[in-house]
Design a protein around this ligand. Structure first.
Ligand code: HEC
Length: 238
């Protein structure tokens, strides 16, 4: 082999490594573990968001007091989680499921602490569940980059905040076209499926009375019982 071809071959090998390294770093878990992680993420984020939903009247009225302090909201989350999961919340656990619980726990604490003044002061729609969820997911996603990501989104025509469109929250994800199709169709079935090197879990949201009333104040005309967006988990698989 002449020098030129030798160098060329070296470059090709180096380039292949450069391409492969991040992919290998991302391929963390097998499909069975990925499913557990996805289900856990949904449970954690949905129950924490429900805990914030439960204090909306107090936040709106500015009467939150001790109920909107981080300790109380963490306890409210833990009670909901225990009921839904059938076991107490703890941050233990090996591998990615443990990492996900720990990233959630520290992100929950950060978010509640950061926004406590806003919740205590209160005022109409001063701290809505979707805003909380977006702040929580933002922090979790930074910690879990390349392993697990969570997204809350809705179809374009029913967005209150355009920042939560599928295109924006899932920028760069190979699952974005799938999720766009599902939310635009108002897909209201929970599903978990593998797609290439990703596992996707999808939890549709259903609009209740409080959701519709508050969204109406924010300019949306929706109906109770209808599709109200989705929470999506994306887990990298081997
Ligand atoms: C107290 C008011 C309030 C309640 C209650 C509420 N929402 Fe929202 N929701 C909002 C506001 C305001 C936004 C925009 C948040 C932002 O700008 O970050 C929003 C955003 C969202 C989003 C993100 C997409 C978008 O439109 O920006 C989803 C999904 C969503 N809400 C679903 C629900 C569902 C489902 C419920 C009931 C289970 C609910 N919301 C209850 C006020 C509320």
């Amino acid at each position: 082999m002449n020098l030129c071809r030798f160098l060329h071959a070296c470059c090709a090998i180096a380039a292949a490594f450069a391409l492969q390294t991040p992919l290998q770093a991302n391929a963390q878990v097998d499909e069975a573990h990925a499913r557990q992680v996805a289900v856990e993420l949904g449970l954690l984020v949905n129950e924490a968001t429900a805990a914030i939903g439960a204090v909306q009247n107090d936040i709106n009225a500015g009467t939150g007091g001790d109920k909107v302090k981080p300790d109380a909201l963490q306890a409210a989350f833990a009670a909901r989680y225990a009921k839904a999961a059938g076991k107490p919340f703890d941050t233990k656990g090996d591998g990615l499921i443990g990492d996900t619980r720990r990233a959630f726990s520290s992100s929950l604490n950060d978010t509640l602490t950061r926004f406590q003044p806003q919740m205590s002061k209160g005022g109409q729609d001063a701290f809505v569940p979707a805003f909380f969820r977006a702040e929580l997911l933002k922090r979790m996603n930074v910690q879990l980059k390349g392993k697990v990501q969570g997204y809350a989104t809705n179809r374009d025509k029913e967005l209150i905040n355009a920042d939560w469109s599928v295109d924006k929250v899932m920028k760069g994800s190979p699952l974005a076209p799938d999720v766009a199709r599902m939310v635009n169709a108002g897909d209201s079935a929970h599903s978990v499926k593998r797609s290439g090197d990703r596992l996707m879990a999808y939890w549709p949201m259903k609009l209740g009375t409080a959701c519709v009333a508050c969204h109406a104040r924010n300019g949306l005309a929706q109906k109770e019982g209808e599709f109200g967006g989705a929470l999506v988990a994306e887990v990298w698989v081997k």
